[in-house]
Design a protein around this ligand. Structure first.
Ligand code: CUA
Length: 335
């Protein structure tokens, strides 16, 4: 299954957008990520100095106080007890270091958490599920999954504010180049925000173990020019395409229990448990990043999701080959 995820990552492609594949926290491309990078560097610098001092003293002591030829091997070195200077030094210095790190971290956390959304903010509600991400844009009446489209932010405008919730267990939102981890906790709301400064596709994942398919809970942020984002949101807000060419295929889909779990807006399919499929074809991936969204992959997924993502909540519907073809033919029209 790891291979599937890897293949999906390697093949992902939205034409015209660069891909920020290396999820490197030291190359942040958003404000929260940049302030967190600074704490990381400060912490590395302080701990680096501690390492050099401690390791240096150990090496110095090992060389300087080696037993020399001719010395009595049972003789103990001089024992030092009750040195106030030494004890004060090794108590006070670490306390000061700890307080500096706490202070700096608290300041950055408060800075990220207390930032007030600018009026032009895009609001997203992100709901963690075992094992996929529900993405809702209340302003635009858009419902999608696993791929968060956002406008690219220039000069701090157009930031995207995320309300984080969970439908089942604790998950964690983590987009390494954009913002540090923030948990999605059942029965509470957490908040974070991202303002990607460069267009492109950013990769992230669930960062809190949430069950067997935790590793296949991939998330991507697609940062677009504001005009492209508006176009995307307008298209997503429309009801599903009603293609008369697949009316027989649609009837097959609607006769199956797929409708109990998935919503296709504008049709009788109004289930809430699984991802919204209204514009399934606008997504690069299926199964939260486990496969690229191609007709073959979609067919394999509908045939038996348990082969591709064992333990996921979608069962094999045991469809005949003909039914499979028809369901996939219908889904392929949901642009
Ligand atoms: Cu969701 Cu780990």
């Amino acid at each position: 299954m790891f291979k599937h995820a890897l293949v999906a990552l390697l093949q992902a492609n939205v034409p015209g957008l660069p891909e920020h594949r290396i999820a490197n926290i030291f190359r942040p491309l958003a404000t929260p990520g940049a302030s967190e990078k600074n704490i990381a560097l400060l912490t590395l610098a302080i701990t680096g100095v501690i390492f050099v001092v401690v390791a240096g003293l150990i090496v110095y002591t090992m060389i300087r106080f080696r037993r020399k030829p001719g010395e009595d091997e049972h003789q103990e070195p001089p024992q030092v007890y009750g040195s106030n200077q030494i004890e004060v030094a090794w108590t006070v210095i670490p306390i000061l270091i700890v307080f500096v790190l706490i202070g700096v971290s608290a300041r950055v956390i408060a800075g990220v958490q207390n930032a007030s959304p600018p009026p032009s903010t895009t609001k997203v509600t992100l709901v963690g599920h075992q094992w996929w991400w529900e993405v809702e844009y209340p302003q635009f009446k858009v419902h999608t999954a696993n791929e968060i489209h956002v406008p690219v932010s220039r000069n701090g405008n157009d930031a995207t504010y995320l309300t984080l919730e969970s439908a089942d267990v604790i998950h964690s939102f983590w987009m390494p180049q954009l913002a540090g981890k923030m948990d999605l906790i059942p029965n509470r709301q957490n908040f974070t925000w991202i303002d990607p400064s460069e267009p492109g596709i950013y990769f992230g994942n669930c960062a809190e173990y949430c069950g067997t398919q935790h590793a296949n809970m991939l998330l991507r942020v697609i940062a677009q020019e504001p005009a492209d984002f508006d176009k995307w949101a307008a298209a997503e807000a429309k009801p599903a395409v009603d293609d008369p060419g697949v009316s027989a295929d649609r009837a097959v889909y609607q006769s199956l229990s797929c409708v109990n779990c998935h919503t296709i807006r504008g049709t009788p399919s109004i289930g809430q448990f699984g991802p919204d499929l209204t514009h399934l074809m606008s997504r690069d991936n299926i199964g939260a990043g486990v496969l690229t969204n191609t007709p073959d992959h979609l067919r394999a997924w509908v045939n038996d999701p348990q082969v591709i993502k064992p333990g996921c909540l979608m069962p094999s519907m045991k469809l005949t080959d003909k039914e499979l073809d028809q369901v996939v033919a219908y889904l392929e029209t949901l642009k």
